[in-house]
Write a protein that binds this ligand. Structure first.
Ligand code: KG4
Ligand code: ZN
Length: 340
């Protein structure tokens, strides 16, 4: 049977998202529900509440996606879901839902890797990057530089030894009482800092060698500066700007180094932090002749489109889950191709 429409379900953390990829038109439906309001009172994602909310929202979003694309269940040829890495309860909801639906509809299912799905989001754009290229995967759970020799053939060049970049943004936002999600809020505050030419001197961890990252010392430094400050709007904005500048410079320097070391000239930046405007601006300045590719803004953070497309590509290669096996992995190295 020809593979035409693939339904994708994302539920690895605090976004429930569903999309449909159609082989000639691309993404024909995209539905998304953010759990930010649920978790904000706790200043962080509460795994049990995340799972319960995915249970409530997945079916209505699947119905809405079918209606948006003017499709019926018999039009769907395969179902993709995020099998990991992520919160195990949240993953189990999406995986159990996708497997049950696949069984009921008589179509194959495929569990996809969340970070591979983020990578595939950039390939939905036109022009799409073509391997080999270097990918900077930068989200709330991951910060890594990967050499993508082909889709599915990944060599990790460097990764964070402690906090992910997005996680560091989130922790700083929590500390300064900004709310969730931290990245966009810290970034918006950084834009109103009075004197961006004379920022506080924040450290750039592990800047001068290698391709690994470390952001937890920077976060601790920011916490100390905040504790010693007036803790008013002006000092918060100054700290946000100095912090963002340090993270962005580190990501830029390491990305350029990865291109130099591999001799490649294309960089693909994906994951929630790739929505950061300062990062995009600075990469443009420091990359010289190299090309940089991003997903559109709505596909930078967690979304169903990336899962539907990653699943479509894998199903097209003839891959599929074994029948009646539910795949969910809280930890799952990107270099391992299969979830089982
Ligand atoms: O990819 P994503 O939605 O979820 C994970 O896979 O983790 O990324 C979420 C992360 C959060 O840490 C959020 O604060 C960060 O991406 N983020 C940003 C921006 N937008 C989202 N960080 C910096 N600047 C942004 N504009
Ligand atoms: Zn993500």
């Amino acid at each position: 049977m020809a593979l035409r429409c693939v339904l994708g379900i994302e539920s690895s953390c605090d976004d429930t998202a569903v999309a449909i990829y159609e082989s000639t038109q691309g993404i024909v439906a995209h539905q998304h529900h953010s759990q930010i309001k649920t978790h904000t009172p706790y200043q962080g994602v509460v795994p049990e509440l995340a799972s319960r909310d995915h249970i409530k929202k997945t079916l209505p979003l699947v119905r809405a996606a079918l209606a948006q694309a003017d499709l019926v269940p018999s039009d769907i040829d395969g179902i993709a879901y995020t099998a990991g890495p992520g919160l195990i309860g949240a993953l189990m909801v999406g995986a159990g839902f996708a497997k049950s639906l696949g069984y009921a509809w008589g179509v194959p299912t495929i569990g996809v890797h969340h970070m591979e799905a983020h990578l595939m989001a950039a390939l939905l754009e036109s022009p799409a990057p073509e391997p080999p290229f270097v990918a900077l995967l930068v989200s709330g759970g991951h910060t890594m530089l990967v050499c993508v020799n082909a889709i599915g053939v990944y060599e990790v060049l460097g990764e964070t030894r402690d906090d992910a970049a997005g996680e560091a943004f989130d922790k700083l936002a929590k500390l300064m009482g900004l709310g969730m999600p931290g990245g966009p809020l810290v970034s918006a505050l950084a834009e109103v800092a009075c004197d961006r030419d004379r920022l506080l001197p924040f450290p750039r961890p592990m800047l001068h060698n290698g391709l690994d990252f470390s952001f937890s010392g920077l976060k601790t430094h920011a916490a100390q500066v905040y504790a010693d400050s007036a803790q008013d709007d002006e000092s918060k904005a100054g700290i946000a700007a100095a912090f963002e500048e340090a993270v962005v410079e580190t990501l830029c320097v390491k990305s350029c180094r990865a291109l130099e070391q591999t001799g490649l000239s294309d960089l693909v930046v994906v994951g929630g932090v790739s929505a950061n405007k300062k990062l995009r601006m600075q990469l443009r300045e420091c990359l010289g002749v190299a090309h940089v590719f991003y997903p559109r803004f709505e596909y930078c953070t967690d979304n169903g489109a990336m899962v539907a497309y990653a699943g479509y590509c894998r199903l097209k290669l003839g891959e599929r889950d074994p029948d009646l096996v539910i795949q969910a992995k809280a930890r799952w190295p990107l270099a391992d191709r299969h979830a089982d």
